[in-house]
Write a protein that binds this ligand. Structure first.
Ligand code: FES
Length: 150
């Protein structure tokens, strides 16, 4: 992000406490994360301590300090899903998308994260892409499921 882009966000959002969260949200939206260098520019421009920015960046779950994909894939590896093949679903996804657990695809389309119980064990194994939950998932369904999330 350039200084000019950042200045335009700050001018739109203002500089008080709530606008600071809005500024970080806009940066997160554009960069898919809060890069350290950009946080340094925000701190300098607003004369705000990095510790304040870091505490906001780590307090809100919607912020991330490392790049994430446009779509978050949560693969349940809780006990029930594990027994029902969740591990095989995870391995198949990682192979298909050429990523490691917690990693993001090179095109920034997906980030694949293992999670513990999504609260719908009766339809295990379960994956969630953004807010959509898929149950009774099989390896052969994965390609079609991924196609739905461009
Ligand atoms: S263990 Fe997977 S949803 Fe509960």
């Amino acid at each position: 992000m350039t200084k000019e882009e950042l200045n335009s966000i700050i001018e739109e959002r203002g500089t008080g406490a709530p606008p600071l969260v809005g500024i970080l949200q806009e940066i997160q939206k554009r960069e898919h994360c809060l890069p350290f260098r950009t946080l340094e520019m925000v701190a300098e421009r607003l004369a705000t301590p990095m510790s304040r920015l870091y505490s906001l960046a780590t307090f809100y779950k919607s912020f991330t300090l490392k790049p994430v994909g446009r779509h978050a894939i949560d693969v349940c590896l809780g006990t029930t899903c594990h027994v029902c093949g969740g591990r095989r679903i995870m391995d198949r996804l990682l192979l298909a998308l050429h990523v490691i657990e917690g990693g993001t695809t090179s095109d920034h389309r997906f980030t694949v994260t293992p999670v513990r119980c999504l609260g719908c064990c009766s339809i295990a194994p379960v994956i969630r892409i953004d807010s959509t939950v898929y149950g009774h998932v099989t390896q052969s369904q994965l390609a079609k499921i991924l196609e739905k999330h461009d």
